[in-house]
Design a protein. Structure first.
Length: 159
């Protein structure tokens, strides 16, 4: 019996196990660094970050930190939170609604702005249902929107 294929298979399994162990250690180190950065940024490591798989945590935190938490991105923080609230109300996610509402308030959102964000979400859901449910022709829809915007611009120019 030729034992070479068996020996090669055993060697391949041993190499894969060693590599897997190294990758797991790298993931663990990266997660620990990420937990430290979350703590430094937020003052606490929320449980939802600990519930995320360690292998994906650095990337998930990077997008959260660079878009959600950043005060120097394209949208100002209050607007981002109002958008987050509107989306969260539609998903729906009670956790997210609470988070975005409280953070929006911390950035100065008024009760009327919060109500309006939620109302806009409801209006978008309403018309999305009408448009999609009735299979409104997209080319016609775009033409109508473009025409309406052109007319509005013309009216504004006359004022």
């Amino acid at each position: 019996m030729n034992t070479r294929p068996f020996a090669l298979a055993i060697a391949a399994v041993a190499i894969a196990a060693a590599c897997g162990s190294a990758v797991a250690q790298d993931s663990r180190r990266a997660a620990e660094e990420t937990y430290r950065d979350i703590q430094a940024t937020l003052g606490v490591v929320p449980s939802f970050f600990r519930a995320f798989p360690e292998a994906g945590l650095p990337g998930a935190w990077a997008s959260f930190k660079q878009v959600q938490v950043s005060e120097s991105s394209a949208l100002n923080p209050k607007v981002k939170q109002l958008i987050g609230l509107a989306v969260s109300a539609q998903v729906p996610c009670a956790y997210c609604v609470y988070f975005h509402t409280e953070v929006a308030k911390a950035y100065g959102a008024t009760p009327d702005e919060i109500k309006e964000a939620v109302a806009l979400a409801a209006i978008s859901r309403h018309w999305s249902t009408v448009l999609n449910g009735n299979a409104i022709d997209m080319a016609t829809f775009r033409k109508e929107v473009d025409t309406s915007l052109r007319i509005a611009a013309e009216r504004a120019a006359k004022k």
